[in-house]
Design a protein around this ligand. Structure first.
Ligand code: 4NP
Length: 150
């Protein structure tokens, strides 16, 4: 299975989601991430995301930000978005029902109904990054089970 994690800048939340899910699943599955803005393209993840992940034994330091493009609808089976804005931005680029059906909010996918969002920690504190990590760790655990990715 090929999974894409999406946030705004692809430097804080979705790199964490990518690294966390990859750490839980077998190598036959692919995980990547992308952002809905191109501003940080080519950059490594935010230092605070790298350090938070490292504290949990997950290395995301070699990832590089990429911009979400329409071709990703065909390259990936599932596209998990961090918040409502990311979700709407990705959906607005979909050109078929098949493409739309690949897109969901990651916390809803993981059973947290009620439009739950992974909050943007960019202007926040290290505790905000840790909270994001915990949310994503729990969601990725459920996703790994649900889609039998181990
Ligand atoms: P992310 O966080 O979407 O979790 O990667 C952000 C990164 C950059 C910006 C905003 C959020 N920015 O405004 O540059």
């Amino acid at each position: 299975m090929k999974i894409l994690m999406v946030c705004l800048g692809n430097i804080c939340r979705s790199p964490l989601a990518e690294g966390i899910l990859r750490s839980k699943i077998s190598k036959e599955h692919t995980v990547a991430s992308a952002g809905t803005i191109s501003f940080h393209e080519g950059e490594h993840p935010d230092k605070r995301s790298i350090s938070t992940a490292k504290g949990h034994g997950v290395d995301i330091s070699k990832q590089k930000a990429q911009y979400f493009e329409k071709k990703f609808f065909d390259k990936f089976d599932k596209i998990f978005c961090m918040d409502t804005k990311n979700y709407q931005d990705v959906l607005s680029l979909a050109e078929s029902e098949t493409q739309k059906n690949k897109v969901s909010m990651i916390l809803e996918e993981a059973g947290n109904h009620g439009r739950a969002e992974v909050p943007d920690p960019y202007y926040g504190t290290m505790q905000d990054f840790e909270n994001v990590y915990q949310m994503l760790d729990e969601a990725c655990e459920i996703i790994a089970e649900k889609y039998q990715l181990r």
